[in-house]
Design a protein around this ligand. Sequence first.
Ligand code: HEC
Length: 276
Amino acid sequence: MKKAIVGLIGLGLLGGAVNVMASPESDRQEVIKYFTTKYPNISIEDYVYGALAFDADSKAQYDAIMEFPPYESVLEKGRKMWETPLKSGKKYADCMPNGGRNIAGNYPYFDEKLGKVVTLEDALNACRVANGEEAYKLGDKGTMGTLTAYMRTLSDGMLMNVKVESPKALAAYEDGKKTFYSRAGQLNFACATCHIQNAGVRLRSELLSPVLGQTVHWPVFRGGDNLVTLQSRYQGCFKQVRHVPDKQGSAKFNNLEYFHSYMSNGLPMQASVFRK
Ligand code: HEC
């Protein structure tokens, strides 16, 4: 199986133009097969817990914390932001599909007209701008972070459902896949080194989470109150391997999020969870 993953890495780096018919679905199945073979006792549904799926004690602690989440006041603030009319008088719910409910699992999506990947945060900013407000800074805890901490809870339980349906969309997906599998930084690690090959293994004091399920639960509250968005986490992981991270919302990060989210297709969303 390791060989298959090494093969995947090769594909990620060299594929692109050659392997036009590479299928995101077969990539996803390959990753699932890798983990279910390596860890037969962990069920697919448990991958939403990340590293906690490998550590019963930490999972029990997590369950206790999640009964009375220490960050409820942030969600309440986010709810007020969500419900407050924008300058035009319209609300966010008026510009998001389905009033903003049960949609987070459809993001990021490839916008054929814009010719690029659009994240949920990008869509909320587009809504703000169209309604007379300034865009929020991506990853900012007090604004976009707080707004999405609440807004994403409206999709709790929805299954991740990212689609790759055109050649251009596939190119964006392949670009994200390449970022995920490319070694970079002074330490020469790829995302895949830690979150595929070494998932379930301890790195210093931390158990590494598997790529499967990594995108279904954002933002997280680290230590209970430190709000971290998904792309802020990307930046943190890039820095860990001494690699200069991109800006949030860059084509590189959005394409990475597109590929990364596709890998979690079929898993249920649960926004705003506790993490160490
Ligand atoms: C040197 C190893 C290492 C590399 C390389 C690395 N990470 Fe991480 N990552 C970690 C550690 C440690 C954590 C915290 C423990 C955990 O949840 O895995 C983490 C956490 C995460 C999380 C949060 C998981 C959760 O459930 O809260 C995401 C998402 C993530 N990494 C994505 C990435 C991406 C994308 C890349 C490539 C740009 C990457 N990581 C590269 C070590 C790494």
